[in-house]
Every structure is written in C-alpha cells, then in structure tokens.
Design a binder for this molecule. Structure first.
Ligand code: PEP
Length: 250
C-alpha cells in the first residue's frame, strides 16, 4: 500500500460561538479507537475557539487547526494571527489558501507559498487548498489551474509531515454539487504527478484530500477514489453526527 494515513478535517469557517465547543466534545466521546487507529481527525474552528477546542480535545486523538494565518511571525498587522500564535495555542494544522480566502481576501499563489513556509517555520502542518472555478472547468482548464496553484504554492522541500494538499473545486464548495469519482481521480492523479516533479519521491507520502460538499451519504464513494487520502469538510463538520458519519467512511 501507499502508507498514507487518511485525514478527515473539518473547517467550521466563520461559524461557532462558545457553545459550539460541545461539537468537539461529542466527536471526542463518539470516536472509537478502532477508527482513530486508522485515520487522523482534525477540526479547524474559528480563531476565537481554538484555545477552548484544544482544551476540549486534550488527550484525545482529535487535532485542532487554524483556518488562516499571516506569513509574518509578529508585527504591525492589526487583526492578523501568525503561525507561531496558532502553534502556541496548541494548533497543529492550518488551512492555507482556502478558496474563500482567495476570493474574498485576494490571496494569491505567492501569498499561499509564503503562508505555507510560515506554517512550516512554526511546526504546523499546512493544508494547501487548490481548485478550479466553474468557468475554468467549463473551459477545460482544470488541470492547468490546479497544477499551477500547486507549483507556486508548495514550498521547496515540503514533506508529508508539514504539508497536506486539498483539492476543492470552487463550484463544489457549499453547493451540494460534487465532481464524479472519475473527475476527482483525474485531478488527484495529476496533482500527485505534479507534486512528484516538485518534491520528488516524498510526494508519494503527502496526503491529498478532497473537499466540496462531502456528506455522510457520499463520503464512502468519494473517499474510495484512488489518491484521495481524506476529506476537507465544511458544512457537515458543524454537526458532530455528520462529521463522524464522514470519518466512518474509513
Ligand atoms: C470547505 O469549506 O472547505 C468545504 C469543502 O465546504 P463544504 O463541505 O460545505 O462544501
């Protein structure tokens, strides 16, 4: 086998007040050793809840991560949060270049590269997101787009310890639409190949997640696609039962 341990990651986006920490508690209470022996589980709450979610997950197999970071370690960047700050709170991962950050905060592939370097500097694992828009897919440009995003975004010397890739077609996020398994297989194979040309044999160990409208009802089909090493889950990660249902696809 390829030896890649699946990662099921939740992205709460800008959702969750203090009471939402109970979602981490429920997931914790219902995750079985049989499952966590096989997969890694990650929840990325909003920054305001990272400390309390780390506390709720303490001593369990659940990792907590950030949804974004600033590339600098510290300085005059009002409102921003650095990789060092996330790590100091006990976060172990951080999402980098989510399509919502690219669309609403004008994040570029060079910016993604800088943030991925920052994540590594602080000992975090960066989850680098790539994905085409509906228009780019219709124009037949999907592979060119995601390969370019990967080529610019992934730092030299990236390893499976400091880097995870997430393929998230923009048109599949929050829409209930998903690509076909064959489409996902094509993109993931192309990403794996590109990654090999970027970082060599280490590429075989790097996890490539699929994200975009993953639900308990479609997780098994999506997660069984070749080169899909887990899921990045938005909406369904807000409900413990749904998030667990997806994790149990493994
Ligand atoms: C996401 O935000 O990364 C995502 C995939 O969202 P959803 O699962 O809601 O489509």
């Amino acid at each position: 086998g390829h030896g890649r341990r699946p990662l099921v990651a939740g992205n709460w986006k800008m959702n969750g007040l203090r009471k939402s920490v109970s979602v981490v508690e429920s997931v914790r209470a219902r995750l079985t050793p049989d499952l966590t022996d096989r997969i890694d589980v990650l929840i990325c709450p909003p920054s305001t809840l990272i400390a309390s979610c780390v506390a709720a997950a303490y001593g369990s197999p659940i990792a907590i991560g950030g949804q974004n970071l600033h590339a600098k370690a510290s300085g005059a960047f009002t409102g921003s949060i650095s990789a060092e700050m996330l790590s100091d709170l006990g976060a172990r991962y951080v999402i980098v270049g989510h399509s919502e950050r690219r669309a609403y905060h004008h994040e570029t592939d060079d910016g993604v590269h800088a943030k991925a370097l920052a994540a590594r500097r602080a000992g975090l694992c960066g989850i680098i997101c790539v994905g085409e828009t509906q228009e780019e897919r219709e124009e037949g440009r999907t592979l060119d787009i995601v390969r370019a995003q990967l080529a610019i975004g992934v730092p030299k010397g990236a390893t499976a310890t400091d880097t995870v890739i997430a393929y998230e077609p923009v048109w599949a996020i929050g829409t209930g639409l998903t690509p076909t398994p064959a489409d996902i297989a094509e993109v993931h194979a192309s990403l794996r190949e590109m990654l090999t040309s970027l970082i060599g044999p280490e590429a075989a160990r790097v996890r490539i997640l699929y994200g975009g409208s993953v639900k308990p009802g479609n997780a098994r089909e999506l997660m069984s696609v070749e080169n899909v090493d887990g899921a990045l889950v938005g909406g369904a990660s807000l409900v413990a039962e749904d998030f667990l249902g997806i994790a149990q696809a493994y």
